[in-house]
Write a protein that binds this ligand. Structure first.
Ligand code: C5P
Length: 227
């Protein structure tokens, strides 16, 4: 059957990546976590003194963009691809609250977006891809065959992210996590370049009260009708 592009957008911690990974495994598609790419740039900025006293040196980061090489490598054991920065696996380094606190400001920079979007479009040129992020249906693949827009209540989302961070052994309060989720959503949906938007043709999935299997099954049914 023909291969398609599945674009998944939505607010933070709506479970996009969980669903995207499952779909990719079932369909034997490539899964690309574009948030990991913005996080990788942010991690680079933190590591290279481009964020000082909580201030992001935007021009200096733009000048360094050619030195930032982001790649993905499939991990057999995990069943999905992990993100690498200049050849080093940084999958766990990018999931900290520190990276989460600076990633949305970094993602407002047009030069950063242009670089990453170009790479994302290349990864999807043969289709057979599930990509999640904030601008996939609007900017990266406006012609994607299937666009999903995921939402859930802010409390559901903060609770999910909080439990995920606890599992990773990070000691944070629920309030800190809720604050981060809501402030990122605000920056992401109000920025000038590629704000988070639902397109006309996107299917909305509010998963506050849906299990992972329920979501995956209903999406697979949509795909069946498409291919
Ligand atoms: O998906 P995740 O929550 O890891 O994304 C982290 C941040 O990266 C988002 O809050 C957003 O600021 C940025 N992002 C983006 N465009 C994308 C994916 C992520 O601006 N396509």
């Amino acid at each position: 059957s023909r291969k398609i592009i599945i674009a998944i957008d939505g607010f933070s911690s709506t479970g996009k990546s969980t669903i995207a990974k499952k779909l990719a495994q079932i369909l034997n598609y490539i899964y690309v976590d574009t948030g990991a790419m913005y996080r990788a740039v942010t991690y680079y900025a933190l590591q290279n003194g481009l964020i000082v006293n909580k201030k992001l040196k935007e021009k200096a980061l733009i000048n360094k963009l050619d030195d930032i090489n982001i790649s993905f490598k499939y991990n057999d054991k995990l069943g999905y691809a992990e993100v690498y920065l200049n050849g080093k696996n940084i999958e766990s380094e990018i999931r900290t609250l520190e990276v989460s606190q600076f990633v949305s400001p970094v993602a407002t920079i047009s030069e950063v977006r242009r670089k990453l979007v170009q790479q994302q479009q290349l990864m999807g040129r043969d289709k057979g891809i599930v990509m999640d992020g904030r601008d996939i249906g609007t900017v990266v693949f406006p012609n994607a065959e299937l666009k999903l827009f995921m939402t859930a209540s802010a409390e559901t989302r903060a609770k999910r992210r909080y439990e995920e961070l606890l599992e990773r052994g990070q000691n944070l309060s629920y309030d800190e996590v809720l604050e981060n989720v809501t402030s990122r959503d605000k920056i992401d949906s109000t920025r000038e370049d590629s704000p988070l938007r639902k397109t006309e043709d996107a299917v909305v999935i509010d998963n506050s009260n849906l299990t992972i299997n329920e979501q995956v099954n209903s999406i697979l049914a949509m795909i069946d009708r498409l291919i």
